[in-house]
Design a protein around this ligand. Structure first.
Ligand code: SF4
Length: 213
């Protein structure tokens, strides 16, 4: 079976838009938001929704949020993009990750993490009367767009707000996010977000150090 091209699905939707609908865009961090904002601001008024109970420690959570706010200011998008902070509730992430602490990145823990964050984005999209909702997460090269889009589709049925399919890493999206991050001097974290991904990154660094001796 051919894999679905979610970038093409996005382009089809963008072609049919009328006026400037409102998009609730779940944001994981400033680097991933940079390209997506540049791309989608031509089509939507955007609520940039920062809901990331997975991020630890709290200082890291704050740092990523502050960078997202700075990015919107420095890109000159304040008239089209409003940053909305969700609740920081790490206990919800800990509950869904229980028993999956050692799961590899991209596996079952990440699927639950995506579900938690996208679920909250769908709920907020209803609350804010947005026309669409989606997430910046598909910019990441390691992020499974098929998994994210399947979750988005389920949530669309449940919440009644249209889900905007995406695979933002395509059409050079990831490379553009790296360029924009350099341009705006954005903080680029070296781990996905949770304490487990942080430990895995530390192990990788130690191993690289050992191998270079
Ligand atoms: S590795 Fe990333 S996506 Fe997976 S559970 Fe941790 S924070 Fe969530």
């Amino acid at each position: 079976m051919n894999a679905i091209n979610y970038q093409r699905k996005l382009e089809e939707t963008l072609r049919t838009l009328q006026g400037r609908p409102t998009l609730l865009l779940h944001a994981c961090c400033a680097p991933c938001s940079s390209y997506v904002l540049e791309y989608l601001c031509a089509y939507f008024d955007i609520l940039l929704y920062y809901y990331n109970p997975n991020i630890a420690p709290a200082q890291e959570y704050d740092r990523r949020l502050n960078e997202a706010r700075r990015l919107v200011r420095e890109m000159g998008l304040e008239d089209r993009v409003r940053v909305v902070e969700g609740a920081y509730e790490p206990q919800r992430f800990e509950a869904i990750a229980a028993g999956l602490e050692e799961a590899p990145e991209g596996g079952a823990r990440c699927e639950r993490c995506f579900r938690l964050r996208l679920g909250e984005a769908a709920r907020a999209a209803q609350e804010w009367h947005a026309d669409y909702f989606t997430t910046t997460l598909t910019v990441g090269r390691q992020k499974n767009a098929a998994m994210l889009n399947a979750i988005g589709q389920e949530l669309e049925r449940a919440c009644g707000v249209r889900y905007l399919y995406s695979d933002f890493k395509k059409r050079g999206g990831f490379d553009r996010s790296v360029k924009l991050s350099e341009q705006y001097g954005l903080y680029r974290q070296d781990y996905c977000g949770c304490v487990y991904s942080r430990r895995a990154a530390q192990r990788r660094h130690m191993q690289a150090k050992e191998e270079s001796k």
